[in-house]
Design a protein around this ligand. Structure first.
Ligand SMILES: [Zn+2]
Length: 165
């Protein structure tokens, strides 16, 4: 059983929602990206930099995030990993016996999450539908995801290529 500090998680998710809601000019976005690369800003602000809404025209999302979906996983031994989000094991397994678990983006693709193994989570169809792209179900209270720095660097390189100034 994983003990989840929900009040911290919700407070950080609030910060994230605020950070993506505030309009940023291209210049402000670049400044925030540099600060995130230097580790000078809290996790919610660093993650907000990757939100697709801030990508400039001419930069495709898949250049930064990869394909929209994970390759179909044929491994039927995979189980629902609901406990990684909710801290309790899946209770839908008997009901979903005939539906294979789905590979999902732990940090949602629609929010800028990459399609790579370290951002992959197996969920049954009920938990996958429940999770959707809800930023409040991301484990903000845990250490920063290992893929974050690589994504920030990739974005930085792409922005430099489009506009070297
Ligand atoms: Zn489940």
């Amino acid at each position: 059983m994983v003990a989840i500090d929900w009040s911290t998680r919700i407070a950080l998710a609030d910060q994230y929602c605020l950070a993506i809601s505030q309009r940023k000019s291209a210049q402000e976005h670049r400044q925030l990206l540099r600060a995130a690369l230097e580790g000078d800003i809290p996790l919610p602000e660093s993650m907000s930099v990757l939100h697709p809404v801030f990508l400039p025209p001419g930069l495709q999302r898949n250049e930064i995030q990869g394909a929209e979906r994970f390759a179909r996983d044929q491994d039927t031994r995979n189980r629902c990993e609901a406990f990684r989000i909710w801290g309790v094991p899946c209770r839908f397994e008997d009901k979903n016996l005939h539906h294979p678990v789905q590979s999902d983006h732990w940090f949602p693709y629609s929010l800028g999450g990459p399609t790579e193994a370290r951002n992959k989570l197996y969920l049954c169809k009920d938990h996958n539908a429940w999770k959707a792209a809800n930023p409040y179900l991301f484990p903000w209270e845990q250490p920063q995801p290992k893929w974050l720095l690589g994504q920030l660097r990739k974005l930085h390189r792409s922005l430099d290529r489009l506009d070297p100034h």
